[in-house]
Design a protein around this ligand. Structure first.
Ligand SMILES: Cc1cc2nc3c(=O)[nH]c(=O)nc-3n(C[C@H](O)[C@H](O)[C@H](O)COP(=O)(O)O)c2cc1C
Length: 326
């Protein structure tokens, strides 16, 4: 398969595994890259910039194919040392970075000085246009369906992707709600040249999370997500579990939401230790998207990517081909 995304990233199939807190380790990133897509290590999953440098080295031992690193810059009470993480990325010789959460401009000159390709993940046309204007090489456009942070505009990909495609010159990855090749074909029809997935990759053999999490994804349907942090203008789509509902009860109270009340419920460490490591599905909040409704197995990344490519082909050859006879 050849698109501007495969050419830009040096990959076989235009299928990217987006950055995922607690999930995007070298194990998953290398598995996706070995399967012909682009795997991405999530920088902040590593406790320090030094640990990130070591994780990048570990990924190089697991794959000789291209892989990337995600740098997510979100509002935080105690912000991580973003500059130092960026320095670790630059010095490690990684050639692809996925930025997210905020305008990556402060990091662009350092990335560009060493030839890093920057894919910015964004959720609106205005942010996509900004990303293009500051020199990003591609955008990954997260529709309202996505796991994690869909922004505040609530525009689904059926509209968002073609609107962005009409306005941008750089290539677009469609992200959010995608779990199969029929959707990949649809994304191409809308103007994307690749897809980015999160939730689908959590339910793979190589994802370094407890089997209970993978099983919960299989058992859930498309209605089992909810939106927290709306009152903070920092909306996040997460699995609809006990803790998420407790968060919503606090957000429903009159007046401005006091983040101090939410903090013990949503602490990242809780999501990692109790959910991803120990397998208590109700142990903390964890990101999941509407694609839950389309996932019913736990394949290897190799099997998954081959299937997606075959489905996309079938979509074009049989499902969509009747349009040629209109
Ligand atoms: C468990 C999990 C953690 C995530 N963490 C991050 C993150 O730290 N940074 C980021 O940019 N995106 C994060 N995402 C979003 C994904 O990279 C991707 O944009 C999103 O999952 C796409 O929607 P989908 O899940 O419907 O495929 C996360 C997604 C999941 C499922």
């Amino acid at each position: 398969m050849k698109t501007r995304i495969t050419e830009l990233l040096g990959i076989e199939y235009p299928i990217v595994q987006g950055g995922m807190m607690w999930v995007g380790t070298a194990d998953l990133a290398a598995a996706v890259s070995n399967a012909g897509g682009l795997g991405i290590i999530t920088a902040l999953t590593l406790p320090t910039p030094d640990a990130l440098t070591k994780e990048i080295a570990r990924c190089r031992e697991l794959t000789s194919k291209p892989f990337g690193v995600n740098l997510t810059i979100l509002p935080a009470i105690n912000p991580p040392p973003y500059e130092e993480y960026a320095k670790a990325i630059v010095e490690s010789g990684v050639k692809i970075v996925e930025t997210a959460g905020r305008n990556p401009q402060p990091f662009m000159s350092a990335f560009k000085a060493v030839g890093i390709k920057v894919v910015h993940k964004c959720t609106s046309v205005r942010h996509a246009l900004k990303a293009e204007s500051i020199g990003c090489d591609a955008v990954s456009v997260d529709g309202f369906e996505c796991a994690g942070h869909p922004g505040e505009d609530d525009i689904t990909n059926l509209v968002l992707i073609p609107v962005v495609a009409a306005k941008l010159s750089i290539p677009i990855l469609a992200s959010g709600g995608i779990a199969n090749g029929y959707q990949m074909a649809a994304a191409f029809a809308l103007g994307a040249e690749g897809i980015n997935m999160g939730t689908r990759f959590v339910a793979t053999q190589e994802a370094p999370v407890h089997d209970n999490v993978k099983q919960a994804i299989i058992d859930a349907d498309e209605r089992q997500t909810t939106l927290i942090f709306r009152t903070l203008n920092n909306t996040a789509r997460v699995f609809n579990n006990k803790v998420a509902r407790e968060v919503l009860l606090i957000e429903d109270q009159d007046g401005a939401t006091d983040f101090a009340k939410l903090q013990p419920l949503v602490a990242g460490e809780r999501g990692r230790e109790e959910v991803m490591v120990s397998g208590d599905i109700n142990g903390g909040v964890w990101a999941a998207g509407m694609a839950l409704g389309l996932i019913d197995d736990i394949p290897t990344c190799e099997v998954l990517l081959q299937r997606i490519v075959a489905e996309a082909r079938e979509a074009v050859e049989s499902r969509v081909s009747s349009l040629l006879n209109l």
